[in-house]
Design a protein around this ligand. Structure first.
Ligand code: B12
Length: 218
């Protein structure tokens, strides 16, 4: 199989909820030496994007959404160790506390961001999903974080990002941390409105932008 064929097959496996094909094709991607991140972003994630549109148009429903997510996770089981292996061991660049905000259980994007921060040399404390503001604030203090990453996929949970920023401001600790926001529902305008330091549309740009900001802060 060529890389282009693999990408199509990975995308199709998500659309047909076929975990066996997803797993086999992910393995094939590794066998031919393909960049595992491209397999994730241009293959699997592009399938999830179509699934999202179909869900929005009432062409599929929650069970299919869940099956697509499971198929994604199966393929990730093969690709993630490879991504980890490719990430070189580097000097620690910083400490990041990351999670999906209160009321929101979407984890796939947040997990990719965690993975790329780790392979990019950051110590990441992944708080998981449905995380309340106190947990973010407490953990950031405890581990002396450089940055707090807040993921939100639902329009209804976006205010959870603002809540963390407001709590830090009230506590007089806002300037201590770089706040980086992302996830499907987040936009650059929203990030600016709530006073976040950084917005990133994907995991790669999150790592790049944070590295730049930490460097500039000295
Ligand atoms: C898979 C999925 C699910 C799965 C999640 C499984 C899991 N364990 O994560 C399940 C089935 C559980 C689910 C449930 C629901 N979902 Co859903 N889901 C999706 C779907 C199809 C894909 C999401 C995804 O993983 N994308 C792939 C990842 C890689 O993309 P991503 O999360 O955006 O992450 C990237 C960037 O955004 C960024 N990023 C992400 N986080 C962060 C954080 C930081 C700090 C930074 C810098 C960057 C960053 O980097 C990532 C990698 O590049 C989306 C549609 C879509 N296209 O997004 C709908 C979608 C998000 N879901 C939606 C809805 C409505 C729901 C439900 C309410 C459905 C229901 N009726 O119950 C529930 C909500 C449950 C809850 N309380 O959270 C809507 C949200 C609409 C809205 N704007 O509010 C969407 C958009 C579908 C749609 N088009 O209608 N869902």
């Amino acid at each position: 199989m060529t890389e282009a064929e693999i990408l199509i097959k990975l995308k199709e496996s998500i659309l047909t909820f076929d975990e066996t094909i997803a797993e086999k094709t992910a393995q094939e991607a590794i066998n031919i030496g393909m960049d595992p991140l491209i397999a994730v972003e241009d293959g699997l994630v592009s399938g999830l994007d179509v699934i999202g549109e179909k869900y929005e148009n009432d062409e599929i429903f929650l069970p299919e959404l869940m099956m697509a997510a499971n198929t994604f996770q199966t393929a990730m089981g093969v690709l993630e160790p490879e991504i980890n292996e490719k990430g070189q061991k580097r000097a620690k660049k910083g400490v990041v506390v990351l999670g999906t905000v209160k009321g929101d259980i979407h984890k796939i994007g947040k997990d990719i961001v965690t993975l790329l921060f780790r392979t990019g040399g950051y110590e990441v404390h992944d708080l998981g999903e449905d995380v309340d503001l106190f947990t973010f604030v407490e953990m950031a203090k405890k581990v002396n974080a450089d940055a707090i990453g807040l993921s939100a996929l639902l329009t209804s949970t976006l205010p959870g990002q603002k809540d963390v920023i407001d709590a830090l401001t009230q506590d007089g600790k806002r300037e201590k941390y770089i706040i980086i926001v992302g996830g499907g529902a987040t936009t650059p305008e929203w990030a600016e409105n709530i006073g976040a330091d950084l917005y990133a549309e994907n995991a790669q740009s999150a790592v790049r932008k944070l590295a730049q900001m930490i460097e500039n802060k000295g």
